[in-house]
Design a protein around this ligand. Sequence first.
Ligand SMILES: C[S@@+](CC[C@H](N)C(=O)[O-])C[C@H]1O[C@@H](n2cnc3c(N)ncnc32)[C@H](O)[C@@H]1O
Length: 412
Amino acid sequence: MDHAALLAMAHTLHRAGLFGDGRSYSTGDILSALGAAPRHHWIVRRWLAALTREGMLRCEGGEHHGLRPVSRPELAAAMRNLETGRRGMGYPAEMGRFFQTALRSLPNLVRDEISLQSLLFPGGETGTAQGNYRDNLVSRHLNALAAAAVATASRSRDAQGRLRVLEIGAGVGATTEFVLDALAHVPLDYLFTDVSGFFLDAAHERFGHMPGMRYALLDINATMSAQLSSAQLSSAQLSSTQCGDEAPFDIVLAANVLHNARHTGRTLAAIRELLVPGGTLVLLESCIEHHLVSTSMHFLMSPRPEEPLAGFADLREGQDRVFLTRTEWLRQLAAVGFRDVQVRPDPDDPIAAAGQYVFSTVRGEGAHRPDPASLLAAAAERLPRHLVLREIQSVDAFPGLAMSPCRRPGDR
Ligand SMILES: C[S@@+](CC[C@H](N)C(=O)[O-])C[C@H]1O[C@@H](n2cnc3c(N)ncnc32)[C@H](O)[C@@H]1O
């Protein structure tokens, strides 16, 4: 499937009139020959890097040359292989049609003449997307692991009363369905959220008959506690969110969504504050960037046309990548005070080759952390204006930084 994606990238570049003349091209030349929309430039840069890594293109001093030719019969054979792969992975037929249409439509997709949303949700239907997030071997296995992690967390909590679950970026509800099955006998208060109202309407129709379900818009890139306060929360939850004495959720579930955070650490820190101490975060994430994703789903991850082009502001900044590696997630989680991380599948499990993992982790009791707002106020009183930081985040540790030798035991 990845091979078909690579050939389609190369074919798209040839079709734009590039590389047939033996010349070298800068990335800027390539972007303008393709007529690529600025918001998708990062995707084209990913293609160039992938083709170079796979030995199909050469790059010297920032100039690209020698793109390997791709014949129509070779591309057609790759499409047939893609279909075999699709069946082998248990994706439904609509997903095969979706991948092939996306590969054939790359020139229009990069120019923003069509949107990937129109291919993934044809006529506003979510059936094709369900195939991607639910109806295939890897997703079934991973969703079952996520559901098992949620069920384990529900059994290990001390509190009585309804289990309070927040699902972030719940989308087509593929993971939700598994989780609700696993919690069938648990009294629930389940808040299904997404950044898009489109998914809330669909979820309402699908899960509306189930007791304890509520729905709200929630954007992980805006202040989550404030959005949840204004969502229709029960009065007990509302007051705890506002005063911050007691965080409102026993479990937060985020499946295939946190890579959309502009700043992973800040979003994880905000999620931590939404959990009761000892509460559990269950996170499902892709940790490998497959070529097929760069010719399909990545188009969903470009900034929206009306949004500024600001990219990621964390460890991915300026790297034209979306996903964090397994090790990077472990470091990020530890840095904001999550502990006891369990990761499934094990690295030697055959399904680990898909590069998707479920992380289940507990909010630590946490060291007492300074309050950023009072630090800023104190700094503003004592320092000249130009020395006062615009923003302060407090974290438990800096991942990847060695301890200062001057640090004494007990220092914070
Ligand atoms: C890849 S889909 C995953 C859907 C679902 N969790 C699943 O696995 O079946 C990503 C979801 O995240 C949502 N999303 C994207 N950006 C988001 C943001 N900034 N805040 C919250 N949700 C977001 C999308 O609308 C979409 O429903």
